[in-house]
Design a protein. Structure first.
Length: 275
């Protein structure tokens, strides 16, 4: 048996019986402290999950293997590999030095994910000094009302990632990319305003500030006259894109959340107390 001399946070996992359990989507950094260290992991999945994706990165002298019915099989050192699995038949991984290689302390990463995971935009907001009166897109026979999700130059977005069972993923590890888009539903013309990517936290969330900048053309309407509801209403003329939206994709673009619309404010002009 190979034993770790200077263990990392996932030790002891030198045998299958003492393997570290990886649940849900995870992105971990482990280490081999010598040519004799071997790390084992079990990828545990939800009740509806049928496959797991594994991405392994390490120096050339370190390999990751998955246990199959025909024995240990090496994973590629880059890219994502998908394997069938289930709640009753979890994947077993082991990380070790290549035969004949005398590895000193070396770090590696293992990223596990659910191919059926999906993203949802949970929240979007702006802290900018604007009126926040750009109206919601209206339905037929419903007048425009102020108070939609407004943003002029930057918007904060929180996306959540759910697994096959519909539960929010925890712990951290799913890579998410957020996009903000100006869009015209009539011409179908769209412009990507900004994007940001990162990993979900322990609650299954990823939050980023998208610097969307000025309106880019598609979908601009207005100016629309709006006012505050008060004893002496203050009037504004607002030009905006009512069909701007944000979406979130997972690391290999396999899942796209339903677009979440916001009002991209182009210009606000104060008109005083008279309509």
């Amino acid at each position: 048996m190979r034993t770790a001399i200077s263990p990392d946070r996932y030790e002891p996992n030198d045998t299958i019986k003492s393997a570290t359990i990886l649940r849900g989507n995870q992105h971990i950094v482990g280490s081999l402290d010598s040519a004799f260290d071997v790390d084992h992991y079990i990828v545990a999945v939800g009740s509806k999950q049928t496959h797991a994706r594994i991405r392994f990165t390490a120096p050339h002298d370190v390999i990751c293997e998955v246990l199959t019915p025909s024995g240990w099989r090496s994973l590629p050192s880059s890219g994502v590999t998908e394997y069938p699995t289930s709640e009753k038949s979890s994947l077993v991984l082991r990380v070790r030095s290549r035969e004949g290689k005398m590895v000193t302390k070396t770090n590696y990463t293992v990223h596990t994910s659910d191919p059926a995971a999906h993203t949802v935009i949970e929240r979007k907001w702006s802290d900018e000094n604007i009126t926040h009166m750009a109206p919601f897109p209206s339905t037929e026979d419903v007048r425009l009302v102020p108070g939609g999700s407004n943003a002029a130059r930057e918007i904060n977005v929180t996306a959540a990632v759910y697994d096959s069972d519909g539960d929010m993923l925890a712990p951290a590890g799913e890579q998410v990319t957020l996009f903000a888009v100006d869009y015209d539903p009539e011409t179908k013309h769209k412009v990507i305003l900004a994007e940001a990517d990162g990993y979900t936290d322990a609650a299954g969330h990823f939050t980023a500030k998208l610097r969307i900048g000025d309106c880019r053309g598609p979908g601009i309407v207005g100016p629309v006259r709006m006012h505050r509801h008060s004893n002496r209403p203050e009037y504004w003329d607002i030009t905006y894109v009512p069909t701007a939206y944000v979406v979130a994709t997972l690391d290999d673009k396999r899942s796209v959340a339903r677009p979440s619309f916001f009002q991209h404010v182009c210009k606000e002009t104060y008109r005083g107390l008279r309509p």
